[in-house]
Design a binder for this molecule. Structure first.
Ligand code: NAD
Length: 432
Protein backbone atom coordinates (compact mmCIF):
# COMPACT_ATOMS: atom_id res chain seq x y z
CA UNK A 1 0.00 0.00 0.00
CA UNK A 2 1.22 3.52 -0.77
CA UNK A 3 0.28 5.86 2.03
CA UNK A 4 0.40 9.62 2.29
CA UNK A 5 0.28 11.38 5.64
CA UNK A 6 -0.69 15.05 5.32
CA UNK A 7 0.57 16.94 8.38
CA UNK A 8 3.86 15.66 9.82
CA UNK A 9 3.28 16.56 13.48
CA UNK A 10 2.94 14.33 16.54
CA UNK A 11 0.24 12.19 14.89
CA UNK A 12 1.27 12.27 11.21
CA UNK A 13 4.95 11.58 11.82
CA UNK A 14 4.44 8.86 14.42
CA UNK A 15 1.72 7.00 12.50
CA UNK A 16 3.60 7.49 9.22
CA UNK A 17 6.83 6.00 10.54
CA UNK A 18 4.98 3.13 12.25
CA UNK A 19 3.08 2.28 9.05
CA UNK A 20 6.44 2.33 7.20
CA UNK A 21 7.94 0.04 9.82
CA UNK A 22 5.08 -2.37 9.16
CA UNK A 23 6.24 -2.59 5.53
CA UNK A 24 4.21 0.11 3.75
CA UNK A 25 5.55 2.85 1.46
CA UNK A 26 4.85 6.12 3.24
CA UNK A 27 5.26 9.74 2.22
CA UNK A 28 4.88 12.34 4.96
CA UNK A 29 3.84 15.77 3.68
CA UNK A 30 3.95 19.10 5.47
CA UNK A 31 3.68 22.71 4.34
CA UNK A 32 6.30 23.65 6.93
CA UNK A 33 9.41 23.60 4.69
CA UNK A 34 11.78 23.84 7.63
CA UNK A 35 10.25 20.75 9.27
CA UNK A 36 10.57 18.68 6.09
CA UNK A 37 14.17 19.87 5.53
CA UNK A 38 15.08 18.85 9.07
CA UNK A 39 13.49 15.43 8.66
CA UNK A 40 15.34 14.70 5.42
CA UNK A 41 18.55 15.42 7.35
CA UNK A 42 17.54 12.93 10.05
CA UNK A 43 16.63 15.66 12.56
CA UNK A 44 13.38 15.06 14.44
CA UNK A 45 11.43 18.27 15.11
CA UNK A 46 9.61 16.89 18.19
CA UNK A 47 10.62 15.02 21.32
CA UNK A 48 9.10 11.54 21.36
CA UNK A 49 10.96 8.57 22.85
CA UNK A 50 12.13 6.05 20.23
CA UNK A 51 10.97 8.14 17.26
CA UNK A 52 14.36 9.24 15.98
CA UNK A 53 15.73 5.69 15.58
CA UNK A 54 12.59 4.52 13.78
CA UNK A 55 12.55 7.52 11.39
CA UNK A 56 16.23 7.08 10.48
CA UNK A 57 15.84 3.32 9.97
CA UNK A 58 12.81 3.60 7.68
CA UNK A 59 14.15 6.63 5.78
CA UNK A 60 17.35 4.67 5.03
CA UNK A 61 15.26 1.67 3.92
CA UNK A 62 13.40 4.05 1.57
CA UNK A 63 10.03 3.00 2.98
CA UNK A 64 9.61 6.48 4.47
CA UNK A 65 9.97 9.76 2.64
CA UNK A 66 9.20 13.43 3.21
CA UNK A 67 7.83 16.09 0.91
CA UNK A 68 6.26 19.53 0.72
CA UNK A 69 4.56 18.65 -2.58
CA UNK A 70 1.02 17.65 -1.60
CA UNK A 71 -0.33 17.25 -5.13
CA UNK A 72 2.38 14.80 -6.27
CA UNK A 73 2.29 12.89 -2.98
CA UNK A 74 -1.50 12.45 -3.20
CA UNK A 75 -1.22 11.46 -6.86
CA UNK A 76 1.31 8.72 -6.03
CA UNK A 77 -0.66 7.26 -3.08
CA UNK A 78 -3.63 4.94 -2.50
CA UNK A 79 -4.60 6.02 1.01
CA UNK A 80 -4.36 9.63 2.19
CA UNK A 81 -4.37 10.29 5.94
CA UNK A 82 -5.28 13.83 7.01
CA UNK A 83 -3.30 14.56 10.20
CA UNK A 84 -3.32 18.37 10.37
CA UNK A 85 -4.15 20.38 13.50
CA UNK A 86 -7.66 21.15 14.72
CA UNK A 87 -7.05 23.77 17.44
CA UNK A 88 -9.71 25.83 19.20
CA UNK A 89 -10.96 28.83 17.23
CA UNK A 90 -9.84 32.11 18.82
CA UNK A 91 -12.35 33.51 21.28
CA UNK A 92 -14.64 30.47 21.49
CA UNK A 93 -14.99 26.74 21.99
CA UNK A 94 -15.45 25.57 18.38
CA UNK A 95 -12.75 23.63 16.55
CA UNK A 96 -10.91 25.61 13.88
CA UNK A 97 -11.21 23.38 10.82
CA UNK A 98 -9.44 25.70 8.39
CA UNK A 99 -6.42 23.35 8.04
CA UNK A 100 -8.73 20.39 7.35
CA UNK A 101 -10.76 22.18 4.68
CA UNK A 102 -7.72 23.73 3.04
CA UNK A 103 -6.15 20.25 2.73
CA UNK A 104 -9.45 18.80 1.44
CA UNK A 105 -9.50 21.45 -1.31
CA UNK A 106 -5.90 20.65 -2.27
CA UNK A 107 -6.62 16.91 -2.35
CA UNK A 108 -9.72 17.56 -4.41
CA UNK A 109 -7.68 18.79 -7.37
CA UNK A 110 -5.15 15.94 -7.07
CA UNK A 111 -7.33 12.86 -7.40
CA UNK A 112 -6.13 10.89 -10.44
CA UNK A 113 -7.47 7.41 -9.45
CA UNK A 114 -9.54 5.89 -6.61
CA UNK A 115 -8.32 7.21 -3.23
CA UNK A 116 -9.31 6.52 0.33
CA UNK A 117 -9.22 9.79 2.26
CA UNK A 118 -8.88 9.04 5.95
CA UNK A 119 -9.30 11.62 8.70
CA UNK A 120 -6.90 10.87 11.55
CA UNK A 121 -7.17 14.41 12.90
CA UNK A 122 -9.77 14.81 15.65
CA UNK A 123 -12.74 16.40 13.89
CA UNK A 124 -16.28 17.25 15.07
CA UNK A 125 -19.04 14.89 14.04
CA UNK A 126 -20.29 15.61 10.47
CA UNK A 127 -16.92 17.09 9.33
CA UNK A 128 -16.43 13.96 7.16
CA UNK A 129 -19.70 14.89 5.38
CA UNK A 130 -18.28 18.37 4.65
CA UNK A 131 -15.01 16.91 3.32
CA UNK A 132 -17.06 14.65 1.04
CA UNK A 133 -18.94 17.70 -0.28
CA UNK A 134 -15.67 19.53 -1.02
CA UNK A 135 -14.23 16.52 -2.87
CA UNK A 136 -17.48 15.95 -4.82
CA UNK A 137 -17.26 19.40 -6.39
CA UNK A 138 -14.38 18.29 -8.64
CA UNK A 139 -14.60 14.49 -8.52
CA UNK A 140 -17.12 11.75 -9.13
CA UNK A 141 -18.08 9.92 -5.91
CA UNK A 142 -16.70 6.71 -7.46
CA UNK A 143 -13.19 8.21 -7.31
CA UNK A 144 -12.92 8.53 -3.53
CA UNK A 145 -14.17 7.41 -0.16
CA UNK A 146 -13.97 9.49 3.04
CA UNK A 147 -13.28 7.42 6.16
CA UNK A 148 -12.83 8.39 9.80
CA UNK A 149 -10.01 6.63 11.67
CA UNK A 150 -9.45 8.57 14.90
CA UNK A 151 -6.04 8.32 16.53
CA UNK A 152 -5.75 7.45 20.23
CA UNK A 153 -1.98 7.59 20.75
CA UNK A 154 -0.58 9.53 23.72
CA UNK A 155 2.43 11.78 23.43
CA UNK A 156 5.37 10.29 25.31
CA UNK A 157 4.10 6.75 24.62
CA UNK A 158 3.16 7.37 21.00
CA UNK A 159 5.05 4.56 19.26
CA UNK A 160 3.98 1.88 21.71
CA UNK A 161 0.40 3.18 21.63
CA UNK A 162 0.35 3.09 17.85
CA UNK A 163 1.75 -0.43 17.56
CA UNK A 164 -0.22 -1.89 20.48
CA UNK A 165 -3.46 0.13 20.49
CA UNK A 166 -6.44 -0.89 22.62
CA UNK A 167 -8.64 -0.49 19.55
CA UNK A 168 -8.65 0.47 15.90
CA UNK A 169 -11.82 2.34 14.94
CA UNK A 170 -12.81 2.60 11.28
CA UNK A 171 -15.81 4.74 10.43
CA UNK A 172 -17.08 4.12 6.94
CA UNK A 173 -20.15 2.83 5.15
CA UNK A 174 -18.05 1.79 2.16
CA UNK A 175 -17.26 -1.94 2.36
CA UNK A 176 -14.28 -1.79 -0.01
CA UNK A 177 -12.50 0.95 1.99
CA UNK A 178 -13.32 -0.84 5.20
CA UNK A 179 -11.70 -4.03 3.94
CA UNK A 180 -8.59 -2.22 2.70
CA UNK A 181 -8.12 -0.38 6.00
CA UNK A 182 -8.72 -3.51 8.06
CA UNK A 183 -5.98 -5.16 6.00
CA UNK A 184 -3.65 -2.23 6.59
CA UNK A 185 -4.17 -2.52 10.35
CA UNK A 186 -4.11 -6.32 10.34
CA UNK A 187 -0.60 -6.58 11.86
CA UNK A 188 -1.92 -4.67 14.90
CA UNK A 189 -5.27 -6.46 15.04
CA UNK A 190 -3.57 -9.86 14.88
CA UNK A 191 -1.46 -8.83 17.90
CA UNK A 192 -4.60 -8.23 19.96
CA UNK A 193 -5.98 -4.77 19.12
CA UNK A 194 -9.78 -4.70 19.03
CA UNK A 195 -11.24 -3.65 15.70
CA UNK A 196 -14.43 -1.66 15.51
CA UNK A 197 -16.13 -0.99 12.22
CA UNK A 198 -18.78 1.70 12.56
CA UNK A 199 -20.35 4.66 10.80
CA UNK A 200 -18.18 7.65 9.96
CA UNK A 201 -20.09 9.96 12.27
CA UNK A 202 -19.85 7.45 15.16
CA UNK A 203 -16.07 7.16 14.72
CA UNK A 204 -15.76 10.95 14.81
CA UNK A 205 -17.75 11.14 18.03
CA UNK A 206 -16.04 8.15 19.71
CA UNK A 207 -12.79 10.15 19.77
CA UNK A 208 -14.33 13.24 21.38
CA UNK A 209 -16.42 11.23 23.83
CA UNK A 210 -13.32 9.25 24.90
CA UNK A 211 -11.21 12.35 25.51
CA UNK A 212 -14.05 14.12 27.33
CA UNK A 213 -14.53 11.07 29.54
CA UNK A 214 -10.82 10.85 30.44
CA UNK A 215 -10.73 14.60 31.16
CA UNK A 216 -13.76 14.09 33.42
CA UNK A 217 -12.00 11.30 35.31
CA UNK A 218 -8.96 13.52 35.94
CA UNK A 219 -11.10 16.46 37.00
CA UNK A 220 -13.21 14.25 39.24
CA UNK A 221 -10.21 12.96 41.21
CA UNK A 222 -8.76 16.48 41.42
CA UNK A 223 -11.93 17.73 43.08
CA UNK A 224 -11.94 14.75 45.47
CA UNK A 225 -8.30 15.65 46.30
CA UNK A 226 -9.50 19.11 47.37
CA UNK A 227 -11.88 17.44 49.82
CA UNK A 228 -9.10 15.13 51.07
CA UNK A 229 -6.92 18.16 51.89
CA UNK A 230 -9.70 19.56 54.05
CA UNK A 231 -10.43 16.29 55.83
CA UNK A 232 -6.94 14.87 56.44
CA UNK A 233 -7.33 11.94 54.04
CA UNK A 234 -4.67 10.71 51.64
CA UNK A 235 -5.99 10.96 48.04
CA UNK A 236 -3.76 8.03 47.07
CA UNK A 237 -5.89 5.77 49.29
CA UNK A 238 -9.03 7.00 47.56
CA UNK A 239 -7.55 6.47 44.07
CA UNK A 240 -6.48 2.93 44.97
CA UNK A 241 -9.78 2.15 46.67
CA UNK A 242 -11.80 3.41 43.72
CA UNK A 243 -9.52 1.90 41.10
CA UNK A 244 -9.93 -1.60 42.53
CA UNK A 245 -13.53 -1.49 41.29
CA UNK A 246 -13.25 -2.95 37.78
CA UNK A 247 -16.12 -0.76 36.61
CA UNK A 248 -14.00 2.29 37.46
CA UNK A 249 -10.40 1.19 36.81
CA UNK A 250 -7.29 2.72 38.31
CA UNK A 251 -6.00 4.75 35.35
CA UNK A 252 -6.53 8.51 35.08
CA UNK A 253 -7.28 8.69 38.80
CA UNK A 254 -4.11 10.52 39.79
CA UNK A 255 -4.63 13.94 41.29
CA UNK A 256 -2.42 16.69 39.92
CA UNK A 257 -2.29 20.18 38.45
CA UNK A 258 -5.16 19.59 36.00
CA UNK A 259 -5.21 18.26 32.47
CA UNK A 260 -3.39 20.11 29.69
CA UNK A 261 -1.81 19.26 26.38
CA UNK A 262 -2.84 19.41 22.78
CA UNK A 263 -5.99 17.29 23.07
CA UNK A 264 -8.13 17.33 26.25
CA UNK A 265 -8.50 21.13 26.58
CA UNK A 266 -9.46 21.69 22.96
CA UNK A 267 -11.51 18.50 22.56
CA UNK A 268 -13.65 19.06 25.67
CA UNK A 269 -14.42 22.55 24.35
CA UNK A 270 -15.12 21.39 20.80
CA UNK A 271 -17.53 18.62 21.83
CA UNK A 272 -19.62 21.07 23.87
CA UNK A 273 -19.63 23.50 20.93
CA UNK A 274 -20.76 20.71 18.60
CA UNK A 275 -23.48 19.71 21.06
CA UNK A 276 -24.63 23.33 21.33
CA UNK A 277 -24.86 23.45 17.53
CA UNK A 278 -27.16 20.41 17.68
CA UNK A 279 -29.08 21.97 20.59
CA UNK A 280 -27.88 19.44 23.18
CA UNK A 281 -26.46 20.54 26.51
CA UNK A 282 -23.37 18.58 27.62
CA UNK A 283 -23.51 20.06 31.11
CA UNK A 284 -21.12 17.54 32.70
CA UNK A 285 -18.35 18.35 30.24
CA UNK A 286 -18.98 22.09 30.61
CA UNK A 287 -18.47 21.72 34.39
CA UNK A 288 -15.27 19.78 33.77
CA UNK A 289 -13.90 22.60 31.58
CA UNK A 290 -14.75 25.17 34.27
CA UNK A 291 -13.27 23.10 37.09
CA UNK A 292 -10.04 22.42 35.20
CA UNK A 293 -9.69 26.12 34.34
CA UNK A 294 -9.96 26.95 38.05
CA UNK A 295 -7.41 24.31 38.99
CA UNK A 296 -4.31 26.39 38.17
CA UNK A 297 -5.69 29.28 40.27
CA UNK A 298 -6.49 26.93 43.12
CA UNK A 299 -2.93 25.59 43.11
CA UNK A 300 -1.55 29.11 42.78
CA UNK A 301 -3.48 30.12 45.90
CA UNK A 302 -1.81 27.25 47.70
CA UNK A 303 1.59 28.55 46.52
CA UNK A 304 0.72 31.99 47.92
CA UNK A 305 -0.28 30.37 51.21
CA UNK A 306 2.94 28.33 51.38
CA UNK A 307 4.93 31.55 50.88
CA UNK A 308 2.82 33.45 53.44
CA UNK A 309 1.55 35.71 50.65
CA UNK A 310 5.04 37.26 50.30
CA UNK A 311 5.79 36.52 46.66
CA UNK A 312 7.92 39.54 45.68
CA UNK A 313 11.56 38.54 45.08
CA UNK A 314 10.88 34.95 46.17
CA UNK A 315 12.90 32.46 44.17
CA UNK A 316 10.72 29.70 42.78
CA UNK A 317 12.02 26.67 40.90
CA UNK A 318 9.83 24.73 38.48
CA UNK A 319 10.92 21.15 37.84
CA UNK A 320 9.28 20.38 34.51
CA UNK A 321 7.04 22.73 32.57
CA UNK A 322 5.50 20.50 29.89
CA UNK A 323 1.94 19.28 30.48
CA UNK A 324 3.20 15.75 31.12
CA UNK A 325 6.39 13.73 31.09
CA UNK A 326 8.19 12.40 27.99
CA UNK A 327 7.03 15.14 25.67
CA UNK A 328 8.21 18.61 24.69
CA UNK A 329 4.62 19.70 24.05
CA UNK A 330 3.75 22.91 25.90
CA UNK A 331 0.23 23.30 24.51
CA UNK A 332 -2.16 24.22 27.35
CA UNK A 333 0.31 23.19 30.04
CA UNK A 334 -0.75 24.40 33.54
CA UNK A 335 2.72 26.05 33.83
CA UNK A 336 1.61 28.54 31.15
CA UNK A 337 -0.89 29.96 33.66
CA UNK A 338 1.18 29.54 36.82
CA UNK A 339 4.55 30.96 35.77
CA UNK A 340 3.24 34.27 34.31
CA UNK A 341 0.97 34.75 37.35
CA UNK A 342 3.88 34.26 39.77
CA UNK A 343 6.12 36.53 37.70
CA UNK A 344 3.43 39.23 37.80
CA UNK A 345 3.49 39.06 41.58
CA UNK A 346 7.25 39.67 41.57
CA UNK A 347 8.63 36.13 41.92
CA UNK A 348 11.93 35.17 40.28
CA UNK A 349 11.43 31.87 38.51
CA UNK A 350 13.94 29.33 37.30
CA UNK A 351 12.73 26.28 35.44
CA UNK A 352 14.40 23.09 34.42
CA UNK A 353 12.80 20.80 31.86
CA UNK A 354 14.49 17.74 30.32
CA UNK A 355 13.37 19.03 26.90
CA UNK A 356 15.14 22.34 27.48
CA UNK A 357 14.39 26.02 26.89
CA UNK A 358 10.79 27.06 26.20
CA UNK A 359 10.13 30.06 23.98
CA UNK A 360 6.73 30.46 25.70
CA UNK A 361 8.48 32.07 28.72
CA UNK A 362 11.10 34.09 26.85
CA UNK A 363 9.17 37.37 27.14
CA UNK A 364 8.04 36.89 30.74
CA UNK A 365 9.83 38.99 33.31
CA UNK A 366 12.27 37.25 35.65
CA UNK A 367 11.82 33.76 34.19
CA UNK A 368 15.06 31.87 33.57
CA UNK A 369 15.87 28.49 32.08
CA UNK A 370 18.43 26.31 33.81
CA UNK A 371 20.38 23.52 32.12
CA UNK A 372 20.66 21.32 35.18
CA UNK A 373 18.42 20.35 38.08
CA UNK A 374 21.21 21.27 40.50
CA UNK A 375 21.59 24.83 39.16
CA UNK A 376 17.83 25.35 39.07
CA UNK A 377 17.69 24.72 42.84
CA UNK A 378 20.33 27.33 43.60
CA UNK A 379 19.00 29.89 46.12
CA UNK A 380 15.44 28.62 45.77
CA UNK A 381 12.73 29.39 48.35
CA UNK A 382 10.18 27.01 46.85
CA UNK A 383 10.60 24.08 44.48
CA UNK A 384 7.51 23.14 42.51
CA UNK A 385 7.49 19.67 40.97
CA UNK A 386 5.20 20.41 38.05
CA UNK A 387 5.79 17.45 35.68
CA UNK A 388 6.26 13.78 36.58
CA UNK A 389 9.51 13.15 34.63
CA UNK A 390 11.45 10.13 35.87
CA UNK A 391 14.43 12.51 36.27
CA UNK A 392 12.68 14.04 39.30
CA UNK A 393 11.53 10.84 40.99
CA UNK A 394 14.49 10.03 43.19
CA UNK A 395 16.30 13.27 43.83
CA UNK A 396 18.39 13.72 46.92
CA UNK A 397 17.51 17.36 47.50
CA UNK A 398 19.83 17.59 50.49
CA UNK A 399 22.91 16.64 48.46
CA UNK A 400 21.89 18.59 45.38
CA UNK A 401 21.20 22.02 46.81
CA UNK A 402 23.67 24.47 48.31
CA UNK A 403 20.97 26.30 50.23
CA UNK A 404 18.84 23.72 51.97
CA UNK A 405 16.05 25.81 53.33
CA UNK A 406 13.62 25.64 50.45
CA UNK A 407 10.14 24.18 50.62
CA UNK A 408 8.81 21.65 48.13
CA UNK A 409 5.37 21.65 46.50
CA UNK A 410 5.00 18.31 44.74
CA UNK A 411 2.08 18.75 42.33
CA UNK A 412 2.44 15.13 41.11
CA UNK A 413 2.70 13.32 44.45
CA UNK A 414 5.98 11.77 43.35
CA UNK A 415 7.46 11.51 46.85
CA UNK A 416 6.39 9.94 50.12
CA UNK A 417 5.87 12.95 52.40
CA UNK A 418 7.75 11.38 55.31
CA UNK A 419 10.85 10.64 53.23
CA UNK A 420 11.22 14.30 52.24
CA UNK A 421 10.25 15.64 55.66
CA UNK A 422 12.94 13.39 57.20
CA UNK A 423 15.51 15.20 55.01
CA UNK A 424 14.44 18.39 56.80
CA UNK A 425 12.30 19.95 54.07
CA UNK A 426 8.82 21.41 54.40
CA UNK A 427 6.83 19.37 51.91
CA UNK A 428 3.40 19.93 50.38
CA UNK A 429 1.61 17.76 47.85
CA UNK A 430 -1.86 17.26 46.37
CA UNK A 431 -4.76 15.87 48.39
CA UNK A 432 -2.74 14.50 51.29
P1 NAD B 1 0.70 19.13 15.05
O1 NAD B 1 0.42 20.57 15.15
O2 NAD B 1 1.85 18.55 15.77
O3 NAD B 1 0.87 18.73 13.50
C1 NAD B 1 0.07 19.20 12.47
C2 NAD B 1 0.95 19.39 11.24
O4 NAD B 1 0.12 19.71 10.12
C3 NAD B 1 1.95 20.55 11.37
O5 NAD B 1 3.27 20.07 11.15
C4 NAD B 1 1.52 21.52 10.27
O6 NAD B 1 2.61 22.22 9.71
C5 NAD B 1 0.85 20.60 9.28
N1 NAD B 1 -0.06 21.25 8.34
C6 NAD B 1 -1.01 22.18 8.60
N2 NAD B 1 -1.63 22.56 7.45
C7 NAD B 1 -1.07 21.83 6.45
C8 NAD B 1 -1.26 21.76 5.04
N3 NAD B 1 -2.17 22.52 4.42
N4 NAD B 1 -0.51 20.91 4.33
C9 NAD B 1 0.43 20.15 4.93
N5 NAD B 1 0.66 20.16 6.27
C10 NAD B 1 -0.07 21.00 7.01
O7 NAD B 1 -0.66 18.40 15.46
P2 NAD B 1 -0.83 16.96 16.14
O8 NAD B 1 -0.59 17.06 17.60
O9 NAD B 1 -0.10 15.94 15.34
O10 NAD B 1 -2.40 16.75 15.96
C11 NAD B 1 -2.97 16.53 14.68
C12 NAD B 1 -4.40 16.07 14.88
O11 NAD B 1 -4.41 14.81 15.56
C13 NAD B 1 -5.28 17.00 15.72
O12 NAD B 1 -6.58 16.98 15.23
C14 NAD B 1 -5.22 16.35 17.10
O13 NAD B 1 -6.35 16.66 17.87
C15 NAD B 1 -5.20 14.88 16.76
N6 NAD B 1 -4.56 14.04 17.76
C16 NAD B 1 -3.43 14.47 18.39
C17 NAD B 1 -2.82 13.64 19.34
C18 NAD B 1 -1.59 14.10 20.08
O14 NAD B 1 -1.25 13.47 21.09
N7 NAD B 1 -0.90 15.14 19.64
C19 NAD B 1 -3.38 12.39 19.65
C20 NAD B 1 -4.52 11.97 18.95
C21 NAD B 1 -5.09 12.81 18.01
Amino acid sequence: MKLCMIGTGYVGLVSGVCFADLGNDVICVDNNVDKINQLTKGKIPIYEPGLSELVIKNYKNKRLNFSTNLKKSVNDSDIIFICVGTPTKKGGYTADLSQIYSVAKEISSSINKFKIIVTKSTIPVTTGDEIEKILSKKNSKKKFSVVSNPEFLREGEAIRDFIYPDRVVIGSNDKKSNRILKNLYNPLISKGASYLSTSRRAAELIKYASNAFLATKITFINEIANLCEKTGINIEDISIGMGLDKRIGSRFLRAGPGYGGSCFPKDTKAITATADKFKTDLSVIKSVIKSNKNRSNLLLNKVYKILNKKIKNKKITFLGVTFKANTDDMRDSPSLTMIPALSKKGAIITYYDPTGFKKEFSKIKNVYNSNTIKNSLDGSDLVIIHTEWNDFKSLNFKNLAKRKKFMIYDMRNIYFPKKIQDQGFKYYSIGR
